[in-house]
Ligand binder design. Structure first.
Ligand code: ADP
Ligand code: MG
Length: 206
């Protein structure tokens, strides 16, 4: 059995219908086990190390903001190497425009690298990531109970359409405003936290 690190990124941690949908999949524990889950807001230094292979890419400053702007749900999963590959298949490709129809990211991801979930891509990376994150957050107990249903609307496809407009410079102000309103409807966030979710969402579109 291998360890893998799992993160509900802010676009999954706070968009409650998306979070419930992803949890419905994760909690089946088909060929894996969720060993821990907790809320944790990572410091920039941890994210810079976690994603060190992406340093220098144009989206890197956004990626650090995305992953540090709000507390996220972090956990550890155990799975065989084959099951971990199956989980990554269920998750889908990194960029939303390329994610396989029916995959979690195609279903719930909004745009670009706003892709809901981190999951270690192999036993070796899982081992290293779990060791690194364990220095910051305990990964030995399930401390968060996620719901598998939500009364909140799922605006993913509407958000994706508006995000595509913004990314293409079309109706930027109107579409950006509408994105903020839809995120407010999907989440229970208010004021500065809602503004942070809006900022990291719009940040993925430039
Ligand atoms: P994955 O999360 O599928 O394992 P990577 O490890 O390659 O993907 O990248 C880490 C994260 O960085 C991605 O999940 C995504 O949020 C972001 N990212 C990677 N490549 C891009 C890109 N070309 N554009 C925008 N964001 C990206
Ligand atoms: Mg990766």
């Amino acid at each position: 059995m291998a360890d893998a690190l799992l993160i509900f990124k802010p676009d999954a941690a706070y968009r409650l219908a998306a979070r419930a949908g992803i949890w419905r999949w994760l909690s089946t524990e088909r060929e894996w086990k969720v060993e821990s889950l907790d809320w944790f807001q990572p410091p920039a230094s941890l994210i810079e190390n976690h994603y060190d292979f992406l340093q220098g890419r144009p989206f890197f400053p956004w990626l650090v903001d995305f992953m540090t702007a709000l507390p996220v749900v972090v956990g550890r999963v155990t799975a065989s190497a084959e099951s971990l590959m199956q989980m990554r298949w269920d998750l889908g490709e990194t960029q939303i425009a390329k994610s396989r129809p029916g995959s979690l990211r195609e279903h719930y991801g909004i745009f670009g690298g706003l892709n809901c979930l981190h999951l270690s891509d192999a036993p070796e990376t899982g081992d290293a990531e779990v060791k690194r994150w364990s220095q910051f957050v305990q990964l030995d107990a399930v401390k968060v109970r996620l719901e598998d249903e939500s009364e909140k609307p799922d605006h993913t496809y509407h958000l994706r359409s508006l995000a595509t407009q913004v990314a293409n410079g079309i109706h930027v102000d109107l579409a950006s405003q509408a994105i903020g309103e839809l995120l407010a409807e999907e989440s229970e966030l208010e004021s500065t936290e809602l503004e942070a979710l809006r900022r990291i969402t719009l940040g993925a579109l430039s």
